[in-house]
Design a protein around this ligand. Structure first.
Ligand SMILES: NC(=O)c1ccc[n+]([C@@H]2O[C@H](COP(=O)([O-])OP(=O)(O)OC[C@H]3O[C@@H](n4cnc5c(N)ncnc54)[C@H](OP(=O)(O)O)[C@@H]3O)[C@@H](O)[C@H]2O)c1
Length: 307
């Protein structure tokens, strides 16, 4: 259950900063924390991403100062008016990037960044399959894949989502029933070098069928539910496929990697090369409704909670 409650204001411990939250990003992982798919000790304040202004710092903090505009991800507690965050997880916001942009883009945008530049680095001319192409990660991943010279086949569930995904750069759109065949048709029967699959249970098997020999299956989420245990021999039968199940934490391992990805992402946003699509702004008290809309497949792009 997700409930709006008054709690005592937090205080920054050594190494932490107290941030006044301007906007909190809603992410699918928040629903996994809420449902218990990813267990968290109860009760807890959800929210893995936010942006705002530093109001106080604990002992020994050198990364940020009072008054700095910052954003963060990977630390629980952003569904709040104030949050305490380890200072080494805070990313300074450059001029030209608003707190709303940052809260909307840091988690999903750095995810799209590592997927397209590191997990499988898209090369000019590559076809990539992007599931849920009108979703938060999907729209950003599509744009970054295109920036790198790739082609995108996106899956979506409705005509409106198809229109949005196309307008954002997807070259082709498929339904969840025919995407593997479409991938083969688009490549003369060969299949794609990479599939980015954040949908999970309902798409996993057909995603493997969309890949070429030695293609890379990047399973990065479970919006339809987790993929059940899997027979590795299938990877042989389907063409020596590669498979990985990455998380953002694996691709922001130290502060240099965190700041490097954030800097490139914010640069693209500031220059207009990557656009953030806000699909909904909700008052903080309506966080439960935001989760219902996200899990009900009624949303596009990014949802924000505004304290
Ligand atoms: N590993 C990582 O580092 C990482 C980081 C961020 C996000 N993720 C994962 O990426 C995925 C996308 O996250 P997001 O926050 O950007 O969410 P999102 O894509 O905006 O929302 C989920 C979308 O998934 C699609 N979907 C397909 N089957 C569904 C089902 N049975 N139930 C609900 N949705 C379904 C829906 O789009 P259609 O209606 O078009 O099908 C829905 O809008 C999630 O699985 C998330 O956990 C992983």
């Amino acid at each position: 259950m997700l409930e709006f409650r008054e709690v005592a204001p937090p205080e920054p411990a050594p190494g932490q900063a107290l941030v006044e939250v301007a906007a909190a990003g809603v992410n699918y992982i928040d629903t996994y924390h809420r449902s218990g798919l990813y267990p968290v000790p109860l009760p807890f304040i959800p929210g893995s991403e936010g942006a705002g202004t530093v109001r106080a710092v604990g002992e020994g903090v050198s990364e940020v100062a009072v008054g700095d505009r910052v954003a963060w991800t990977g630390v629980l507690g952003s569904y709040a008016e104030q949050a305490v965050v380890p200072a080494d997880r805070l990313v300074p916001l450059p001029d030209g990037v608003t707190a709303e942009d940052a809260a909307a883009a840091l988690l999903q945008g750095m995810t799209a960044h590592y997927l397209a530049t590191s997990t499988y680095a898209i090369q000019p001319g590559d076809w990539a399959l992007v599931h849920a192409a009108a979703g938060g990660v999907g729209l950003l991943l599509t744009q970054i894949a295109k920036l790198r010279g790739g082609h995108v086949l996106g899956t979506v569930s409705t005509p409106d989502k198809a229109k949005l995904a196309r307008e954002t750069g997807a070259d082709e759109i498929a339904s969840y029933d025919d995407f593997a065949q479409r991938a083969r048709d688009l490549t003369g029967g060969e299949g794609f070098p990479v599939v980015y699959d954040g949908v999970g249970r309902t798409t996993f098997d057909a995603s493997l069928d969309a890949l070429r020999i030695r293609g890379m299956m990047v399973l990065f989420g479970a919006s339809s539910g987790p993929v059940p245990p899997f027979d590795l021999q299938v990877l042989n039968a389907k063409g020596g496929l590669f498979i990985t199940r990455p998380s953002l934490a694996h691709y922001t391992r130290d502060r240099a990697e965190l700041l490097g990805r954030a800097e490139e992402l914010f640069g693209w946003i500031r220059d207009g090369r990557v656009k953030v699509h806000l699909g909904g702004r909700y008052p903080l008290a309506d966080a439960a409704r935001a989760h219902e809309d996200l899990q009900g497949r009624r949303t596009t792009g990014k949802l924000l909670l505004l304290p």
